[in-house]
Design a protein around this ligand. Structure first.
Ligand code: PLP
Length: 288
């Protein structure tokens, strides 16, 4: 994300990114002197980016459109037609797509979520971002990679050499082993995430005070708490301190996260059950 912004964005250039969305997008844009342009992902569209709205936001100043599917924090997934329509907005000279596919294989509708890289022209227009953190549960190892249009490689290499040099050699070896080795563990992990999702979503939707759109990928549930009529950070803090349940306030993911909380289900089923029991008990106490 950082290299894309440093390589492509000059002061005043615009970058469109999803809101709610991974918080590093807007901070990296600002660091490069760019202008972050949030596109709101709406609940009535199952939190999928609206391509028509996106088209209207593109100006001569737009340098990068950031796409994240499957999406953190909502779990929404774009279909092939939507990805293609977004891809068609880029020209690979003035406007590029940064496609964040960190959760590509954490998908519940098949083996892998649709990818922009399925279209041949993506090679000239898309900076594809992937990593080992999620699918191989290697978060602490700090290993990820990008696939770039060939013309951009020298600029990214220059940044890489000066900023990070390279990932530690033993971490690279671990990554190669993870990638080339048997894939039953990641597969089992995704099946387990699906089992947890299928438990969590109906339980949340059976509660009067919250509801949640079913996530199609990643491992987060995005809870609508608007009925409580309280700021999200206040609710998150209350649940942490009083109920012992840690949920992230929706506003950590941008302004349109107000009225939502993010729940991660990369936790044991036992903890999830306890957390949901606690929500059931403590949420009614917050009603004004
Ligand atoms: C959408 C998205 N992109 C990128 C990252 C960065 O992942 P990492 O730094 O662990 O490789 C994350 C981590 O949460 C994420 O959710």
């Amino acid at each position: 994300i950082f290299y894309t912004m440093m390589a492509l964005v000059n002061p005043g250039d615009e970058v469109i990114y999803p809101d709610p969305g991974y918080p590093i997008y807007s901070s990296a844009v600002r660091f490069a002197g760019g202008v972050p342009k949030p596109i709101v992902l709406r609940e009535e569209n199952d939190f999928r980016l609206d391509v028509d709205e996106l088209k209207k936001m593109v100006t001569h100043k737009t340098k990068v459109i950031i796409v994240n599917s499957p999406h953190n924090p909502t779990g929404s997934v774009l279909n092939k037609e939507e990805l293609k329509a977004i891809l068609d907005l880029a020209d690979g000279e003035r406007l590029f797509i940064l496609c964040d596919e960190l959760y590509h294989r954490i998908y519940y509708g098949g083996e892998m979520a649709p990818s922009m890289y399925e279209f041949p022209e993506a090679k000239e227009k898309v900076i594809l971002m992937e990593g080992f953190s999620k699918i191989y549960a290697m978060t602490g190892w700090r290993l990820g990679y990008g696939v770039l249009p060939p013309d951009l490689v020298p600029w990214f290499s220059k940044l890489q050499t000066n900023v990070y040099s390279h990932a530690p050699a033993f971490v690279q070896v671990a990554g190669i082993e993870a990638y080339n080795g048997p894939q039953d563990a990641p597969k089992a992990m995704v099946e387990e995430f699906k089992r947890r999702r299928d438990y969590i979503v109906p339980r949340l939707n059976s509660m009067d005070l919250v509801h949640c759109v079913e996530p199609k990928g990643a491992f987060y549930a995005w809870l609508n708490i608007k009925k409580l009529n309280r700021p999200s950070n206040e609710v998150a803090e209350y649940l942490l301190n009083e109920a012992g349940v840690a949920l992230l306030t929706g506003t950590s993911f941008g302004e349109s996260g107000e009225g939502y909380l993010r729940m991660s289900y990369a936790a044991s089923m036992e903890d999830i059950k306890y957390g949901l029991d606690q929500l059931e008990k403590y949420l009614p106490k917050l009603v004004k």
